[in-house]
Design a protein. Structure first.
Lengths: 230, 487
C-alpha cells in the first residue's frame, strides 16, 4: 500500500463504519425514547428532577462522586446487584433520560447509588454520613466531606438544621455543624435517586420476598400502560 | 541497501537526516519537554488518588484535592498532557524522517505546542476546581477545548502537509498507522467534544459517546502511534528489515477494521440495548487477529538479536512496550467476555487494563522514542545514563506491580461484591491490601518518572542556555555568550 489516497480512504471508511454503527445507530434507537406516562396515575417518567435535587446533580458531578460510585443496576444473572438490594430491577435507558450529565460510573469502591433514595431516604443520615462517614459505616473508606458543612457557635436554641451526633463525632461544646447549600443540594439529589418503577422493558418481579424490601414501595410497582414503540 | 518499503529509510537522501531533525527542533522540544512535565504531574496525582483509596483522610480537607477531582485530573494530565503530546512529537518526527522531508514553518507548530499546553492546563485546573464534565477521558471543561482544537488543527494540518510533501513516495508501515491514527483521532475527539461538552446528547447516549471516545483515544490514536513507533524503531535499531510487509499489511487492515468497534464493551452490564455491548465484545475478540500478526511479525524481526539488543535502553523500552501491548489486549479480550465481566465490571480490573495501555503499551514505547528523538533534535546527548536506567527499571517494575495489584484487587472486589451474603464493607476491605500494593507500585513508577524528568530538564537546560545566550546577544542584552559563561 503505497498510495496516500487509498490510505485515507481506508482510514475514512473504517472510522465512518464505526461512527455509523456506534454513534448514529445507537442515537437513532435511543433518541426515540421520551418521557412516558406510567402507571395508573399516568404520571410522566422519569420525573423532571427540579430545584434542589437538580443543583445536587451538579455538586455530584463537580466532586467526582462518579469516580467511586456507579448508578446502574445490572440485570439478574449478571453480578449480584439485585440480590444485594441495590435495586428491584435492572436500570434501563429510560431511567437516565433527564440526567445531565449521565453518571453511570465504572468503579464500585462505594455502593451503587441508582436506588439510594429508596434504600436510605433519611436526609439526616446522609448529612451525618457525608460529614463523618465512619459515624455511620464504621470502616468506611469514603472521604469525609467536611468542607460541605459549616461549624458555627450555637446561638439561642441552635440551628434547626444542625447535625445530631452521638459521642465521638460531635463538635466541641458550644458549636454546631450545619450543612451548606451544596450539602443540602447533594443530599436532596441522593434521596431523589430511585429507579424502581415497573417499565415495559424492565418489569419489577413480583417475588414474595420483595415485600419487605425498602425499594418496593407498593404504590410504585405499577405496570406500564403505554408500552414502548418497539 | 534493502528495499525501502521493507525498512525505514536510512540517511542517504537529498535532505540529510540532520537537517530534518534540526527542522523539527522547536516544536518537538516543546511537545516532549512539556509532555514529561505532565507525566510527572499525572503520576504524582495518580499516586495521591491511589493513597486516598485506602487512606480516605489523606489530604482530605479541601474540595480541590478530593479523590473525585484528583483522579480525573491525573488521567487528564497523563492522557492529554503526556500521551497526546508525546504522540504529536512522535508523529511529526516519524512523518518527516519517513517522508525524507523537513518540517516546514515549524514556528507555527511551536504555537500549537503552546496552545495545547494552555488548553490542557485550563482543563486540568477546571477539573480540580470542580468544572469537570463528568465523562471519563473527556473531563476537561468547555474553556479548554478552543485551545485544544487550535493546537490539534495545526498539528493535523502540518502532519498532512508533511505527509503530502514527502520526497520518498513509497509508504512504510509506520506511515499507515500514523496517518490513519491522526485522522481517527481528529474525528473521534471532534465528535466527542461536540456531543459531550458543547451540545450534550440526551440520556445514556452520553455514556455511549464517552465509551466510544475513550476506546478511540487509547487504541486508535495512542495505540496507533505506539504501533507506528514499534514498526519504525525496532527494525531501525536492529539494522535489519521488517520480517514481512505482507503480514504488516494484513495486521494493519484488520486493526483498522476491528479496533474502531470495541468501545461499547466498556459499558458491560450497563443500561443499554444488548447489541451495543455485544458489538464491542465481538470486535474485541477479533483483535486477536491483528495483534497476533503484528506480534509475530515484530518477533520474527527481532528473533536472534534479542540478547545483543537488550544492551540498548531504547530497545528495552520498546520491547517492554510491545509486551505491554500484547498483555493489555489479551486482558482486554478476557475481561470483555460476559462470564468474566460479570465479576470484573465496576472493579479495579478494567482500570488496570486502561493504565496498562496508557502507561505501558503507549507510555513505554513513547519513552523509548523520546530517548531516541530528543538528543537528535536538540543536538545534546542525554546527560545521565544512570538516570535513564533508573527510569527504565522503575517504569517497568512499577507498572507490572501496579497492574498486578489492581487486577487482583479487582478480582477479589468483584467476586465478593457479587456475593450478597457478604457485607459491602467486608468486600471492599478485602481488596485493600492489593490496592496498597498498587500504591507502592505507583510510588516506584513516580520515582522512575522523576529520574526521567530530571534527565530531561538537564538536557533541555543544556540545549536552552546557549540558545538563550544567542538570543540575548542578538538583542544586545549581553555583549556575548562568553561573558555569561565566565560570570
Amino acid at each position: 500500500m503505497n498510495s496516500g489516497p487509498i490510505l485515507f480512504l481506508c482510514a475514512f471508511l473504517t472510522m465512518a463504519a464505526s461512527f455509523w454503527g456506534l454513534i448514529l445507530k445507537p442515537y437513532a434507537q435511543l433518541a426515540t425514547e421520551d418521557l412516558r406516562q406510567v402507571g395508573v396515575s399516568k404520571r410522566l417518567y422519569p420525573n423532571n428532577t427540579l430545584g434542589l435535587a437538580k443543583a445536587g446533580a451538579d455538586v455530584y458531578r463537580a466532586h467526582g462522586c462518579v469516580e467511586c460510585h456507579t448508578q446502574q443496576v445490572r440485570p439478574e444473572g449478571q453480578g449480584g446487584d439485585i440480590a444485594r438490594g441495590w435495586g428491584i430491577r435492572r436500570t434501563v435507558a429510560q431511567d437516565y433520560l433527564l440526567e445531565q450529565p449521565v453518571q453511570l460510573g465504572s468503579l464500585r469502591v462505594g455502593p451503587d447509588l441508582a436506588n439510594v433514595g429508596a434504600r436510605l431516604p433519611d436526609a439526616q443520615w446522609h448529612y451525618q454520613h457525608m460529614y463523618a462517614p465512619r459515624s455511620k459505616v464504621p470502616e468506611s473508606t469514603m472521604p469525609a466531606y467536611k468542607f460541605l458543612f459549616r461549624k458555627q457557635p450555637i446561638t439561642g436554641a441552635g440551628s434547626p438544621d444542625a447535625l445530631q451526633f452521638e459521642d465521638d463525632f460531635a463538635p466541641e461544646e458550644g458549636f454546631e455543624i450545619v450543612p451548606t447549600e451544596a450539602a443540602r443540594a447533594l443530599v436532596a439529589y441522593l434521596t431523589s435517586r430511585r429507579a424502581d418503577l415497573a417499565l415495559f422493558e424492565a418489569p419489577v418481579p413480583a417475588s414474595p420476598d420483595a415485600e419487605g424490601d425498602t425499594n418496593a414501595a407498593p404504590a410504585q410497582a405499577e405496570s406500564i400502560t403505554t408500552p414502548a414503540a418497539e | 541497501m534493502t528495499d525501502p518499503t521493507q525498512n525505514p529509510p536510512a540517511a542517504a537522501s537529498a535532505v540529510s537526516t540532520a537537517a530534518i531533525d534540526a527542522s523539527c527542533r522547536w516544536p518537538l522540544m516543546v511537545f516532549f519537554g512539556k509532555g514529561v512535565g505532565w507525566l510527572m504531574i499525572g503520576s504524582l496525582l495518580l499516586l495521591i488518588s491511589s493513597i486516598k483509596m485506602h487512606g480516605p483522610g489523606f489530604l482530605g480537607d479541601t474540595a480541590w484535592l478530593g479523590l473525585g477531582r484528583v483522579k480525573p485530573a491525573a488521567m487528564t494530565a497523563l492522557a492529554y498532557g503526556f500521551g497526546v503530546q508525546f504522540a504529536f512529537g512522535m508523529l511529526l518526527w516519524m512523518l518527516c524522517r519517513l517522508g525524507r522531508v523537513p518540517l516546514l514553518n515549524a514556528p507555527f507548530l511551536f504555537l500549537a505546542g503552546g496552545a495545547w499546553n494552555i488548553g490542557v492546563f485550563f482543563g486540568w485546573l477546571g477539573i480540580l476546581g470542580g468544572a469537570s464534565t463528568g465523562h471519563a477521558y473527556m473531563e476537561m471543561p468547555r474553556a479548554a477545548w478552543p485551545f485544544v482544537f487550535v493546537a490539534l488543527g495545526l498539528v493535523a494540518l502540518w502532519g498532512l502537509l508533511t505527509f503530502h510533501n514527502r520526497s520518498e513516495r513509497r509508504l512504510y508501515v509506520s506511515q499507515w498507522y500514523l496517518v490513519a491514527g491522526l485522522f481517527w483521532f481528529v474525528w473521534a475527539v471532534s465528535v466527542a467534544a461536540y456531543l459531550l461538552v458543547f451540545q450534550p446528547v440526551r440520556g445514556v447516549m452520553q455514556a455511549v459517546v464517552a465509551a466510544w471516545f475513550a476506546h478511540d483515544l487509547l487504541h486508535l490514536w495512542l495505540g496507533a502511534v505506539g504501533l507506528a513507533a514499534l514498526h519504525y524503531f525496532i527494525p531501525k535499531l536492529l539494522g535489519r528489515p521488517l520480517y514481512s510487509r505482507q503480514l504488516a499489511l494484513f495486521g494493519f487492515w484488520t486493526y483498522a477494521f476491528f479496533a474502531p468497534w470495541g468501545g461499547l464493551a466498556r459499558l458491560s452490564g450497563g443500561p443499554l440495548p444488548a447489541w451495543m455491548i455485544s458489538s464491542g465484545i465481538a470486535s474485541n475478540a477479533m483483535m486477536i487477529l491483528p495483534l497476533g500478526c503484528i506480534a509475530f511479525n515484530l518477533y520474527k524481526t527481532i528473533e536472534g538479536d534479542l540478547k545483543a539488543a537488550r544492551e540498548n535502553i531504547i530497545f528495552r523500552f520498546l520491547f517492554c512496550g510491545g509486551v505491554a501491548l500484547c498483555a493489555g489486549w489479551l486482558l482486554q479480550i478476557l475481561l470483555s467476555f460476559r462470564t468474566v465481566s460479570a465479576t470484573t465490571a465496576f472493579t479495579f480490573a478494567p482500570m488496570a487494563v486502561d493504565h496498562l495501555f496508557l502507561l505501558g503499551a503507549f507510555g513505554l514505547v513513547g519513552f523509548g522514542a523520546a530517548y531516541y528523538i530528543m538528543p537528535r533534535v536538540s543536538g545534546i546527548d542525554w546527560p545521565s545514563a544512570k538516570l535513564a536506567d533508573l527510569h527504565f527499571l522503575c517504569s517497568v517494575g512499577g507498572l507490572i506491580l501496579h497492574v498486578i495489584g489492581l487486577l487482583l484487587a479487582g478480582w477479589v472486589q468483584g467476586a465478593r461484591i457479587n456475593n450478597p451474603e457478604l457485607d459491602f464493607m467486608t468486600a471492599i476491605k478485602s481488596s485493600i491490601p492489593m490496592v496498597g500494593l498498587s500504591t507502592l507500585a505507583l510510588l516506584i513508577f513516580l520515582a522512575g518518572q522523576a529520574a526521567f524528568f530530571l534527565n530531561t530538564q538537564k538536557l533541555v537546560c543544556r540545549w536552552w542556555s546557549p540558545v538563550m545566550r544567542e538570543c540575548c546577544a542578538s538583542v544586545g542584552l549581553c555583549r556575548s555568550g562568553k561573558v555569561e559563561v565566565e560570570s
